[in-house]
Design a binder for this molecule. Sequence first.
Ligand code: EZ4
Ligand code: CO
Length: 402
Amino acid sequence: MKIEDARVIVCSPGRNFVTLKIVTDEGVTGVGDATLNGRELAVASYLADHVVPALIGRDPGRIEDTWQYLYKGSYWRRGPVTMTAIAAVDTALWDIKGKVAGLPVYQLLGGRSREGVTVYGHASAPDTESVLTEVARYVELGYKAVRVQTGVPGLQTTYGVGRGRMFYEPADAAVPSEATWSTERYLAHTPSVFARVRDEFGPGLRLLHDVHHRLTPIEAARLGRDLEPHRLTWMEDPVPAELQEGFRLIRRHTTTPIAVGEVFNTVWDCQQLITEQLVDYIRTTVVHAGGISHLRRIFDLAALYHVRSGSHGATDLSPVCMAAALHLDISIPNFGLQEYMRHTEETDAVFPHSYRFEDGYLLPSESPGLGVDIDEALAAEYPYKPASLPVNRLEDGTMHSW
Ligand code: EZ4
Ligand code: CO
């Protein structure tokens, strides 16, 4: 079998997505997600201009060899654009291998290690009282874990607080919109939100919170300590993580578990965090960390150090990524949680899939391969729209991490 064609499909059904579809000479096809939020066209060009020509004629069964070819062969290693492009190829080849074998991909990864993939949803609202209603909505749907984000008194907008119920889409303008941040206001407010939510919902519900890279290690240590009585499942991205050793300082002061990694691309970005046991959950994903092959390497390393998976799953990760994530999630020994933000109806229609939500779990498809596809005719009805992630400034105008 040979790769005959590979198409890069850019579309915007509700938001922008980049998808790679590989076609073989025997008619078997595979799909991979290549969406990098706010930088979509860079990956589309990387694939179309630099990767696709080298794929034509290759044996689609050689997944590992193709991964190494694209990683070592580019000379310029790592980085989000490169690793997202490699991820798309890797994912599509796993899809093809599953279809050829007549098995869902999780069977090729060793089969089920659990009955379902526990997911968490996003409850958000401008204030504490109204967020209780949003958490209750998820509990009623059967969710066993909920991420809670609220507005901060004195700040106009805050990360994670959506305009609509059960939906949040931060990439909102062609040129980045600007938000204002105050660490003081945030630290003063957030513990009281979790006190109220824990009090209302009791000890059984798993609660999570995303700090979104906005604190310094000692500030994060203080927040972690203030949240300890409310027993969070995790505090996510407490600080920007380029400085991996910075997490030692957080660890010294708090037992609130830490989850990091949605912006990481390779095992090298989290090697120290994992081997020094500085985090509890690693949030790397299929689409941004080199596909199923490389993500499994990261999770295997993590398993040696008591670190569990907690893959990113916001709406900018397409149903193709979600389908792939579920095959890995159900098979690995050290699964923790999977983030799950529901896509819009338009997105779901363009990416027909057969994974399903049931009582707080997502269940991977039983179809051969990944069990997801792209309707190219429908996708063509939703052309790309420039959209960037916002930027963040402190109240005095200083640039800050968003
Ligand atoms: O800001 O996916 O945990 N989820 C997140 C997301 C990210 C977006 C960036 O593309 O942090 O909301
Ligand atoms: Co996050």
